[in-house]
Design a protein around this ligand. Structure first.
Ligand SMILES: C[S@@+](CC[C@H](N)C(=O)[O-])C[C@H]1O[C@@H](n2cnc3c(N)ncnc32)[C@H](O)[C@@H]1O
Length: 294
């Protein structure tokens, strides 16, 4: 399936002329993802990356939309009232939020709880420009231009501190972000930096690209896709499940654990196996335990 809205392509000099930090010649992961979702805030260099991936597997744009749908599904559950079986979370830190698109985190959360606070974080110049304009929608949302790999700095940022009460549970969204950090040890340190600072009862939703590294078709597809994405401003690292699981250290996994996205509480029975491309990204939700009273 092809991305939608291809006709609404941005001319290569639109934002780049008004924002000197935007370099349309270097593919940006935020803009490649925007293109995969059918958005218009992307340039030729971005589209070439996805076109290379499409040549490997035509389901890749569909998968980007499934990924987005997964995080919306999780946010709905996180914000749902506890008496209805949800997590009752009313404040979110959406790291690496990406370009504003349909069903942004605050729009999904506010359908359930209009008072929920949402702080968006990203460091891509195009996201910063559009994020400030479109994500700071009402008094319960704000956008912070910051580096998500520095949890201490980010959580102490005055805007974040003014918006979120870090003494209470938070929903930390790390969807398709941590896999842009090069070394596993650094990924683990970043996640530990967040988890140690979150209040007990907080939840972490995390997705990460997956390479079982076992010579299987899924692994071959993961490696070919990794190569197709190599030229972007943020290299993406595919990893085996056991490594991705370590990013949830200090958290209790919510059922069904770390799984291909279509297996996390699907809307109904899966009447057929999905193709290998649906196994090259895994997602899960972890909960920071409350200290035991004993
Ligand atoms: C693949 S997109 C995912 C967007 C969104 N999380 C989603 O799932 O729909 C990755 C996003 O992470 C952002 N990002 C990558 N590294 C970052 C960093 N060190 N600090 C802040 N944002 C970062 C990129 O700019 C991009 O917008």
């Amino acid at each position: 399936m092809q991305p939608t809205n291809r006709s609404r392509r941005r001319d290569d000099d639109d934002d780049a002329k008004s924002d000197p930090e935007i370099d349309p010649t270097i593919p940006s992961i935020a803009r490649v993802y925007d293109y995969a979702l059918g958005g218009k805030d992307n340039y030729q260099a971005d589209r070439e990356v996805l076109d290379r991936a499409l040549a490997i597997d035509p389901h890749i744009p569909t998968m980007a939309r499934e990924h987005r749908a997964w995080s919306r599904h999780v946010i709905k559950w996180l914000v749902a009232r506890t008496e209805l079986g949800g997590a009752g979370i009313d404040q979110f830190l959406d790291c690496g939020s990406g370009l504003p698109t349909m069903d942004n985190t605050h729009e999904v959360a506010h359908k359930v709880n209009p008072a929920a606070k949402v702080v968006y974080v990203d460091n891509d110049p195009a996201v910063v420009t559009h994020g400030r304009a479109l994500l700071e929608d009402n008094e319960n949302t704000c956008f912070v231009a910051a580096d998500l790999t520095r949890p201490a700095e980010l959580l102490e940022d005055t805007k974040v501190a003014a918006f979120l009460d870090l003494d209470r549970p938070v929903g930390l969204i790390q969807c398709a972000t941590i896999h842009h950090i090069d070394r596993l040890a650094d990924q683990q340190a970043v996640m530990a930096g967040y988890v140690s600072r979150l209040a007990p009862g907080s939840y972490v939703a995390l997705t990460h690209v997956h390479d079982p590294a076992d010579g299987s078709e899924v692994s071959r597809l993961a490696q070919a896709t990794e190569a197709a994405y190599h030229s972007t401003n943020a290299t993406t690292h595919w990893r085996p499940r056991a490594e991705i699981e370590t990013l949830f250290d200090g958290l209790e996994m919510v059922d069904p654990g770390l799984v291909p996205l279509h297996q996390w509480w699907p809307a109904g029975p899966l009447l057929q196996e999905l193709p290998p491309v649906y196994h090259i990204i895994l997602g899960g939700v972890g909960r920071k335990p409350r200290p035991s009273s004993g």
